[in-house]
Design a protein around this ligand. Structure first.
Ligand code: AMP
Ligand code: ZN
Length: 115
């Protein structure tokens, strides 16, 4: 756990969040400032600061994060209409919270633009 990391504090239940999924290595909760009707964050329990810090041994974990995103898309009825999975990385990538996370967005027609 990293000191002063908001997502570590959510994972350890020090601060509240609307958790929608958890297993031994992954937690998902609703984004506090949703950009779409469904906006979930999917995070590893282990503190990894950003996508840029992934190591070769994290490959399985990364695959599992995407797989959980797909499972949640089905659970939130997004699978027929479609959805978007986003990872912001670093300052110019728009990353605000330095604990690796996937955004799962859906429930409306999202802009085709990604930048
Ligand atoms: P990013 O720009 O990819 O780092 O996105 C960080 C996301 O975390 C933003 O969409 C925030 O709204 C969201 N966020 C920040 N703090 C919390 C929190 N305590 N609970 C839920 N979502 C949060
Ligand atoms: Zn953290």
């Amino acid at each position: 756990m990293a000191v002063d990391c908001p997502f570590c504090r959510i994972i350890s239940k020090e601060i509240a969040a609307e958790i929608v999924y958890e297993d031994e290595e992954i937690v998902s909760f609703k984004d506090v400032n949703p950009m779409a009707p469904v906006h979930l964050l999917i995070v590893p329990r282990r503190h990894i600061s950003s996508l840029a810090d992934l190591k070769a041994e994290d490959t399985m974990l990364m695959g599992r994060l995407l797989s959980v995103a797909n499972d949640l898309a089905r659970a939130f009825n997004l699978d027929k209409t479609g959805y978007r999975v986003v990872i912001n990385c670093g300052q110019e990538g728009g990353q605000l919270v330095y604990h690796l996370h996937l955004h799962l967005l859906g429930g409306k027609a999202l802009s085709p633009s990604i930048a």
